[in-house]
Ligand binder design. Structure first.
Ligand SMILES: Cc1cc2nc3c(=O)[nH]c(=O)nc-3n(C[C@H](O)[C@H](O)[C@H](O)COP(=O)(O)OP(=O)(O)OC[C@H]3O[C@@H](n4cnc5c(N)ncnc54)[C@H](O)[C@@H]3O)c2cc1C
Length: 523
């Protein structure tokens, strides 16, 4: 049997696996990515690209293409018994918090196409029509038996393996890892179609009624919508069911005046809430749906998988290039598992509220929920809190063992901490994300009085380091707005990780302490 060697083997080329491959390509790490399908998905599936994903796309240089292919979710409307009762603007809901202060609508296969295109520009490609059959690992390597497009087995030996093979993950099963959680009894449907009605084409419409709900998500193209709802119980076990069999009855019952035509995608599905207890076993990792699945409420699934891969890739790159000890890899689980667990819980709660048959919950859903939504969007602090949560820009890794805060009395209370995403700060001339391009660590030195000897010592220190670290300097006289935004009084020093998170924050430069940070990071 033919055997190939590589550094990282990625199983699955859905959004998660593709992002993993793109990130490894950015970090110049050799890898092989395989998928049993013959190409990227043809289904639209996920629809919402959250701000944090767009920020990552921007760092990769593909945000513009994502914007060109998609559209912005402008507003959400609540309709009760067919009558509009609340309209909430979404186009600038996260203004000042992200360069992408909205939810971007771009279907999953378009996201996958953009990522696959990125791989091509890096002279890399997916090995399609190839499936994982089995895997085993020792302390030093992973061996995977794969079947090629002709059904011939071959072996890939890799230093590390990433299972991005979706909810029914064979990697997870081969590793003997449980996928704990539950499946909701009720069946739901999703349909992409043309809708003729009087409501706006480019806005989200949530239609509520005593017993039922329908959500209409705008898609690119006039009158094109994704409709989701609960399948009427009498159709639960019907084989060969089509959308037109039941949608007219539902909309009539809910007093929604519309005509549906040209259904391009229809699927019924059950909703699961499941998460693994660890994202790593030995030399194998799980990412995306193979590690966590939950209801589509909030449009988080695809985004979470993309960001799992983004978190793991730079750490794997350091290890493969022998710039860090493999102990850093345990922080992938440390940083991503708590978020996945919380997400599974919170989407379950939101979902239960949407589908509950309890009369009190139904009353709240119809009479209170739309106003609560309005309050969330209009009260600045609540809006900011909600936007940070849904957009995933608020995820922090403050409890991670590799991040470090030092001499924090030089910062105001609103200052970002070690483990936070580096904030997006806008001035009339520029913004803080301009500093965070590329794959290197960034050392950001903010000073009131320029200390030449400190700068020389920092430069020498970084020159001697195995890591790639870029030093950027900010004089208060010129960058006062950033001092304000970052809560800096006189002097501050940050190390920003390749994933745009603050790894280290200090009220000044202390090389001895910086050494503690880097030793902890690289082992
Ligand atoms: C009907 C529906 C609607 C959805 N709506 C939304 C939404 O609105 N918003 C949202 O964020 N998410 C939504 N999702 C979820 C979203 O689609 C997933 O979270 C996302 O696809 C996860 O990406 P992934 O790469 O982790 O897994 P997947 O997309 O499942 O990709 C896994 C890949 O692994 C491959 N594979 C599997 N087994 C093997 C093997 N043994 N060998 C080789 N290759 C293998 C598969 O062919 C596949 O390409 C929806 C999903 C469905 C089904």
């Amino acid at each position: 049997m033919v055997t190939r060697q590589t550094k990282v083997l990625i199983i699955g080329a859905g959004p998660t696996g593709l992002m993993m491959a793109c990130q490894l390509a950015r970090h110049k790490v050799p890898f092989v990515i395989i998928d049993k399908k013959e190409g990227i998905t043809t289904e639209t599936k996920a629809l919402g690209v959250q701000s944090r994903t767009m920020e990552v796309y921007q760092q990769m240089g593909i945000a513009r293409e994502a914007l060109r292919r998609g559209s912005i979710g402008k507003a959400v409307n609540f309709l009760v018994k067919g009558k509009p009762i609340q309209r909430i603007h979404l186009a600038e809901i996260g203004k000042g918090l992200s360069p992408f202060p909205y939810i971007h609508i771009l279907v999953q296969h378009e996201n996958e196409a953009i990522l696959e295109q990125f791989l091509t520009t890096e002279n890399q490609s997916v090995t399609w029509n190839t499936s994982l059959q089995s895997l085993s690992q020792t302390e030093t390597e992973v061996e995977a038996v794969l079947l090629d497009e002709h059904g011939e087995p071959f072996t890939v030996v890799a230093e590390w393996l990433v299972g991005a093979d979706g909810a029914s993950s064979m990697v997870r099963k081969q590793l003997g890892m449980a996928f704990q959680g539950d499946t909701h009894e009720q069946t739901f449907f999703v349909a992409d179609c043309q809708v003729d009605w009087e409501n706006a084409d480019d806005e989200l419409h949530i239609c509520l009624e005593q017993k039922d709900f329908l959500a209409f998500f705008p898609m690119k193209g006039a009158g094109k919508f994704r409709i989701i709802g609960a399948l009427p119980p009498e159709f639960e076990n019907t084989k060969g069911i089509v959308f037109e069999d039941f949608i007219t009855d539902i909309t009539k019952e809910m007093s929604i005046d519309l005509k549906v035509r040209n259904t391009t995608w229809f699927q019924t599905y059950n909703i699961h809430h499941r998460v693994v207890s660890d994202f790593q076993r030995g030399r194998c990792f799980l990412a995306g749906d193979s590690a966590h699945i939950h209801s589509p409420a909030g449009g988080q699934g695809m985004n979470t998988g993309l960001l799992d891969a983004y978190n793991l890739a730079w750490k794997l790159a350091l290890v493969v290039k022998e710039q860090a000890d493999d102990s850093i890899l345990k922080t992938y689980n440390e940083e991503r598992l708590p978020f996945a667990q919380e997400l599974v819980k919170s989407t379950d709660r939101a979902f239960s509220m949407i589908v509950s048959k309890n009369p009190i919950t139904r009353f709240l859903r119809l009479n209170v929920f739309p106003s609560v939504f309005k309050t969330v969007s209009t009260q600045d602090r609540i809006r900011e809190f909600a936007f940070k949560r849904v957009s995933q820009i608020g995820i922090n890794y403050r409890d991670s063992s590799i991040n470090r805060d030092y001499k924090i009395d030089g910062f105001s209370n609103k200052a970002p901490q070690a483990g936070d995403r580096f904030p997006y700060l806008e001035t009339s001339a520029s913004n803080s994300f301009k500093w965070l391009s590329g794959t290197a660590f960034k050392a950001l030195y903010f000073f009131t009085e320029r200390k030449e000897d400190t700068i020389v010592r920092l430069k020498n220190y970084f020159d001697l380091s195995d890591l790639e670290i870029e030093l950027l300097q900010f004089d208060k006289k010129r960058y006062e707005e950033y001092f304000e935004g970052l809560g800096i009084q006189e002097e501050a020093f940050f190390i920003v990780r390749p994933d745009m998170y603050i790894g280290y924050r200090s009220g000044g430069v202390d090389l001895m302490d910086l050494e503690v940070y880097f030793e902890r990071l690289t082992g």
